[in-house]
Design a protein around this ligand. Structure first.
Ligand SMILES: Cc1cc2nc3c(=O)[nH]c(=O)nc-3n(C[C@H](O)[C@H](O)[C@H](O)COP(=O)(O)OP(=O)(O)OC[C@H]3O[C@@H](n4cnc5c(N)ncnc54)[C@H](O)[C@@H]3O)c2cc1C
Length: 377
């Protein structure tokens, strides 16, 4: 039987990051992933993800995010690959909406670079957008696009270079710990290690089922769409930014058009419950498209409302829509990260580091108390 310092379950954004940072500390690490390398059946997919610093969802997370941003830049330097495309982020909503009031408050508290866009500047600054009457618009200078698959690929490759062993198509069925050692079972094999990290995305509830009163995680089916554009108003090369709109019928976000042909626009709010993540329905239905098409018709007139392509992935939502990152309450050598609630990817760099600290040292110097399990007790 093979022995490791650390086993990581799941090779998405968080698992690959945790494995890399543990290996950087000289640990012998095994990652067990149920699917093949580069699969697209979880959450760390879809080409692009928003990265920003004025995090209105929880201002306590901004110091973490600032460190996470630096780690992504460091990973770019080491790998010589572009992971972030800086382009800014425009946010629009009613003055009291979270997107506006929350972003303003987070920026003020943490001294972030946020511009208020006056009505007269809108046309010049954001051509191709019809801003609804009564909406405020702010622009976060540090916003950008994080290239999701590239991030996971870079983390995987750098981890491999540091000696991490990845076993693909190896689904973990169950695990046990006595607080000092763990045993992890797949269909064919048993693995042993000193510590375990569980980063299983939408599959987390099953692997964390032995935590008493673990908060309910809701898995939602989320669609991403790529729509043809009819002008260059949204082009990255023309200085177009990412965007997030808080509309009365939902929250919508998107990215600058990267290839001059299609633009990615999605709905952040809502989503159908997924009962079994292995059976995610990836087919497109008319009702999936309705809210996004309505948004495009109202706000983005130079975008066609019939998508050129779509993909379906999963959000894993915690009760307060914040991440849950902690040690297992019964086993100090088991750490987990779950419930990233559709907005966690940008934290994968820094929280991977946190998870490796928790599994190796049983503590971390980074400020994560607001993410711990005890907030639900
Ligand atoms: C549509 C969409 C849009 C998003 N937009 C943004 C955004 O703009 N900004 C942002 O910051 N975040 C965004 N997110 C959120 C972010 O992508 C997720 O929070 C993040 O990808 C979660 O990563 P993960 O590693 O927890 O999960 P995953 O990437 O799903 O990885 C979990 C891995 O564990 C494996 N696994 C599970 N069970 C087992 C088992 N028993 N044995 C072995 N392997 C197992 C799975 O196969 C999977 O590979 C978005 C998410 C989605 C779905």
């Amino acid at each position: 039987m093979s022995r490791y310092d650390l086993i990581v379950i799941g090779a998405g954004g968080f698992g690959t990051s945790a494995a890399y940072y543990a290996a950087k500390r000289g640990k012998k690490v095994l990652v067990l992933e149920q699917f093949e390398r580069g699969h697209r059946r979880g959450s760390s997919h879809g080409e692009s993800s928003i990265i920003r610093k004025a995090y209105f969802e929880h201002p306590d997370s901004i110091p973490l995010l600032q460190q996470g941003y630096k780690l992504w830049v460091k990973l770019e330097e080491i790998s010589q690959r572009e992971l972030i495309s800086p382009c800014g982020l425009m946010l629009a909503g009613s003055p009291e909406s979270n997107a506006i009031a929350g972003t303003r408050s987070a920026s003020q508290t943490h001294g972030l670079d946020l511009e208020d866009i006056s009505e007269t500047d809108l046309e010049d600054r954001f051509p191709g957008f019809n801003i609804p009457d009564g909406y405020d618009v702010v622009y976060e200078v540090d916003g950008g696009v994080l290239h999701v698959e590239d991030c996971v690929d870079v983390l995987t490759s750098l981890a491999e270079k540091r000696g991490v062993e990845f076993q693909w198509n190896e689904a973990v069925t169950h695990w046990e710990s006595d607080g000092d050692q763990v045993k992890v079972w797949t269909k064919e094999t048993t693995f042993e290690a000193d510590a375990l990290i569980i980063t299983a995305g939408a599959w987390s509830p099953k692997l964390l089922a032995n935590i008493e009163n673990f908060p309910r995680l809701d898995v939602l089916r989320k669609l991403m769409f790529w729509f043809p554009v009819t002008s260059d108003a949204y082009d990255f090369s023309m200085g177009s930014s990412g965007f997030l709109f808080d509309m009365p019928y939902g929250e919508f976000y998107g990215f600058p058009c990267l290839d001059g042909q299609v633009i990615k626009v999605c709905q952040h709010s809502d989503g159908d419950p997924v009962t079994d993540p292995n059976e995610l329905d990836t087919q497109l239905y008319a009702e999936d498209l309705e809210p996004v098409a309505k948004f495009l018709q109202e706000v983005m007139p130079d975008v066609e409302v019939t998508p050129e392509s779509h993909s379906a992935y999963m959000y894993t939502i915690s009760p307060d829509q914040q991440f849950i990152v902690d040690q297992h309450p019964s086993y100090q050598n088991v750490a987990f990260g779950a419930g990233f609630s559709g907005h966690g990817f940008e934290f994968a760099s820094i929280l991977g580091k946190v998870l490796s600290d928790l599994a190796i040292d049983y503590e971390t110097e980074l400020p994560i108390d607001f993410l711990r399990l005890q907030r639900f007790s």
